[in-house]
Unconditional design. Structure first.
Length: 204
């Protein structure tokens, strides 16, 4: 036994190998153990623990997203009845507006109504003519060219009457100039009515 201790003390650092690690001095063996532990620790972090952290971060982000979605859905569910009532009101309003839009068969009647308003306002109607349709994204414009003559008050009465029609009619590009007759004004304007853009218009 004393011989082995003596050999360990006599052993040079250059002679240290893993085959004779059992006779290394305690200090060297301790350093090797610490180094091995650190290597295992660092390797475990990079090859296993680091991936777990990445997975954890992904799970935390997903959890945050799910919580946000849950809150939004919970809010919608809590206000579902209010949304339903709102949808009913919007549908009623939409249907009411659609009811104010003339159909193809009602346009001639609308032109007659405008003509009657003009004569009832003591205007001299020169032109009331339907212009080519103009398709928009959700509706179709039906322009109407109106040329008439009359006094200021007659024109005002006519414009007020058109605005009060049960069908939606808007007035645009109004121009007014004196005529050769005393007290008479010639005015031109573009009236527009509208109709809903249906499936037939999409296929044209």
């Amino acid at each position: 036994m004393a011989v082995e201790k003596f050999k360990a003390k006599e052993l040079q650092v250059s002679e240290f190998t893993f085959d004779n690690i059992g006779v290394w001095p305690l200090l060297y063996r301790s350093l090797v153990c610490v180094a091995a532990f650190l290597i295992v620790l660092v390797g475990g972090y990079f090859f296993h623990t680091k991936d777990l952290y990445v997975t954890l971060e992904g799970a935390e982000r997903k959890e945050s997203s799910l919580k946000k979605t849950y809150k939004e859905k919970a809010f919608e569910v809590a206000n579902l009845e209010a949304y339903k009532l709102q949808m009913v009101e919007l549908e009623e309003s939409f249907n009411a507006l659609l009811g104010q839009l003339p159909g193809d068969t009602e346009v001639p009647g609308l032109l007659e109504d405008i003509g009657e308003l003009g004569y009832g306002s003591s205007l001299e109607i020169n032109t009331i003519s339907l212009q080519p349709e103009r398709a928009q994204e959700f509706y179709v414009e039906l322009p109407i060219k109106i040329v008439a003559a009359g006094g200021y008050h007659d024109v005002a009465t006519f414009v007020s009457g058109v605005a009060g029609l049960p069908r939606i009619v808007t007035l645009h590009d109004f121009s007014l100039k004196a005529s050769d007759n005393d007290g008479q004004q010639v005015f031109e304007l573009d009236a527009k009515t509208y109709r809903y853009k249906g499936e037939d218009d999409e296929t044209e």
